[in-house]
Every structure is written in C-alpha cells, then in structure tokens.
Design a protein around this ligand. Structure first.
Ligand SMILES: *Cc1c(COP(=O)(O)O)cnc(C)c1O
Length: 386
C-alpha cells in the first residue's frame, strides 16, 4: 500500500469521508462492460448481496437491497419504504446526518420527533427509552452510527437494547462505519442498516444498499411514495429474476466486488478496523504534537474521521492551509459543525500509517509556509465536555 502521496501517479490522497482513495485493482475492475441482463452480471449482483449481508452477520434473517445513487438515496429509500405510512419515527440527532434523516422524514410525510444532543455528545439510551415509554405511537428509532459531522461514535449497542426491549424497530445509518467498524445486525436486533460502497468498503461512488430484516420487508409493499426509491419493489425485482429494475451501475458493482476481495484479504472488518485505528492514532498523536486540539474526547472518537478545532491565529486561514496541503498531495475536508469552527481529516480509504505520517509532515510544512506557530483554538471554541 503506497504511503507517499507522490507515488500515486499524480493522484492526491483523499483524507475525506468519501469518496476516498481506492486501490489500483479496484479502479482497474471498472475496465469491463457488462450487459445488465447477462448471467455474469446477475451472478455478480447476487454475490454482492450475499457478501454485504454476511459482513454484518445477518444472512438468514436479513436481505440486502442495493440501490443506484449515493448514500442519501439509500437512506431516503429506507425511510420511505420501511417506516409504515401510519408509523412514527424517533430520530436521534447530534449532527448534520441526523438532521438530514429528520428532514427526509418530513418531506416523505412520515410523523417523527427528534431527540437532540450536542454535536460532541452521544445520545443516551435512557433518554431513548423514556421517549419510547412516553409515546406508544413511536414505531421506529432512527440513528446514525458514526456521525460523520464530528466523527463521534454513537452508542449503538445500548440504544439497540433499549429499542428492542420495547418492541420497536431500529434503523441505522451506518454509511460511514459499514465495513470499518464491526457490526452484528442479528445480535443487536437491527431492522435496517443503510450504507454505501464508497466509504469504509473502499469501493467507488454510485451505489448504496440497505440490509433489511426480511420478515419486516415482506410487510412493506406500497409503503414508499416513490417509484425508483421503493425498496420493496427493488427487492421483489431482484428476487424474481435477479435483475435490477432500472439501469444498474455495472462498473461500480464490479469495483465493489474487487474492493470486498481486498477487505477479505485484510482480515475482514476486524482487520480493517485495526488499520483505521492505527491511522487515527498516528493522525491524532501527530496533530496534537504540533499543537492542534481535537473536538472530541478520545473515548467518543470513532476511527473514521477526526475533527480539529480551528486555530485562533488569523494567519491560519483555512483555504490557504487546504491549498498548501493539496499542493503536497493531500486533500482534507472542511468542518461541518454548527457549534465550533473546525476542519476534518479522514482516517479511512486505501491508506496506511505511513500515509498518515505523510499527512503530519505535510501539515508541519504548511504551518511553516503560513507562518503559524500558536495553534490554540479561540476561547470557548472547544466543544469537548471535559
Ligand atoms: C456519507 C454519509 C451519508 C450519505 O452521503 P452521500 O453524500 O449521499 O453519499 C449519510 N450518512 C452519513 C453518516 C454519512 O457519513
């Protein structure tokens, strides 16, 4: 795995939450044309559906329904198809992706209420339990596993237990964790998991998917207000003849199949989780040694993307910082917090600890170009609860 950005034939390393850096083999897997009704492609689709379901140990109970588009398309399809028209969702929000789920529920006309916590604070299972106990109309809990806005890991296990104990369904936006953080859908009693190809699976963008409890999906005919985003119809189409209802992203799926081979070769999700943690540790230790502060306390951090607080020094101008890093071959990500001025650096994709050390060296060089020496954030910018 190349650690030096300059070994990549002029391609920058993407330190973003996706799309992100993919392997040469994954890119090369796209150099073939596929007939969408051909038996080879039907077999590819079936294999992918099985492999994705196996990754969350859900074969037997759940089915994988793939869907064209970015992750949000899969999210919108899941919310519109899996929450009954007369149902009501409890949406847990501590960042932009949770807010997006609530917005989609509103646009789809699904009754919902929001349980809000601060952007650096995970939702509490006890609060979820209290809301469910107080309102018998709540049928579904919807949460984000890793809230990519901050990089926080939300307490899936405790919330799944509180939800299952009360007989409600749980839908999880695992977009930025699927394949990178171990997840057991069967043991945790999760009814729907929404994810996409181009984050921790290290595939290319263009397809999302939902892993759904089959017993529930069977009851979802006619729920969706959409034709193309109807998960039940998409599932029935695939089950009936193995074919996609509408033009499938053939090359994207071939790349995903190759990316899954690489995930297996790395030791599966556990192996990838270990590499991402190593990336995250090198990044956080290196940035702290330079003087940067993280938004999150370490025990709340997922090994996916790290939010750093913006230094108060006016010479630290984010666009210049970004540009000097890009010139050295590293693409970072702006912040998305509403509460603190920040920027983000991702730990995921086809990169290793050597690449992360390269990032730190590039950041040090950028700071000298910008002539910034004091990296303390503005007073009060730190969102981290001590
Ligand atoms: C990336 C992401 C999405 C989907 O984003 P798209 O741009 O539509 O692919 C949804 N939720 C979370 C938590 C994400 O990280």
């Amino acid at each position: 795995m190349p650690g030096d950005a300059k070994t990549r034939a002029g391609e920058p390393l993407l330190l973003t939450p996706g799309p992100l850096s993919t392997s040469p083999e994954t890119k090369a897997a796209m150099l073939r044309d596929w007939g969408s009704r051909d038996s080879d492609f039907i077999a590819l689709t079936a294999r992918l559906r099985r492999r994705l379901t196996d990754l969350v140990r859900a074969s037997g109970s759940h089915v994988c329904v793939p869907l064209q588009g970015s992750g949000t398309f899969a999210l919108e399809a899941a919310l519109g198809s899996l929450i009954p028209r007369e149902g009501k969702a409890l949406v847990l929000v501590n960042g932009a992706y949770g807010r997006r789920i609530a917005k989609i529920c509103g646009l789809l006309g699904r009754a919902h209420e929001v349980l809000q916590s601060a952007e650096d604070t995970p939702p509490e299972a006890a609060a979820v339990a209290a809301r469910l106990d107080a309102d018998a109309a709540l049928s579904d809990v919807v949460m984000v596993h890793c809230e990519t806005t901050s990089g926080i890991l939300n307490p899936l296990e405790a919330i799944a237990a509180a939800t299952a104990a009360r007989g409600r369904r749980l839908l999880v936006d695992a977009m930025s964790s699927f394949g990178g953080i171990p997840l057991d859908a069967g043991r945790l009693a999760i009814d729907g998991i929404m994810a996409s190809a181009n984050k921790c699976l290290e595939g290319v963008p263009g397809v999302g998917f939902v892993i759904v409890r089959e017993r529930h999906l069977e009851t979802c005919a006619g729920n969706s207000p959409s034709l193309s985003l109807d998960l039940h119809a998409q599932w029935r189409g695939l089950e009936d003849n193995g074919q996609w209802r509408f033009t499938p992203p053939t090359q994207v799926l071939a790349a995903l199949d190759q990316a899954l081979d690489e995930l297996d070769a790395e030791g599966g999700v556990a192996g990838r989780f270990a590499r991402y943690w190593e990336n995250c540790r090198v990044l956080v230790d290196g940035m702290r040694a330079l003087g940067f502060e993280t938004l999150l306390a370490d025990e709340r951090q997922a090994p996916i993307i790290v939010t750093f607080l913006m230094p108060a020094d006016p010479k630290f101008e984010f666009q210049s910082f970004y540009d000097t890093l890009a010139k050295q071959g590293y693409i970072i990500y702006p912040g998305k917090l509403t509460e603190a001025d920040s920027f983000r650096i991702g730990c995921i994709g086809h990169l290793d600890a050597a690449a992360m050390r390269g990032v730190i060296a590039a950041v040090r060089h950028s700071l000298s170009i910008l002539d910034v020496h004091d990296l303390a954030p503005a007073q009060g910018a730190a969102g981290t609860a001590a």
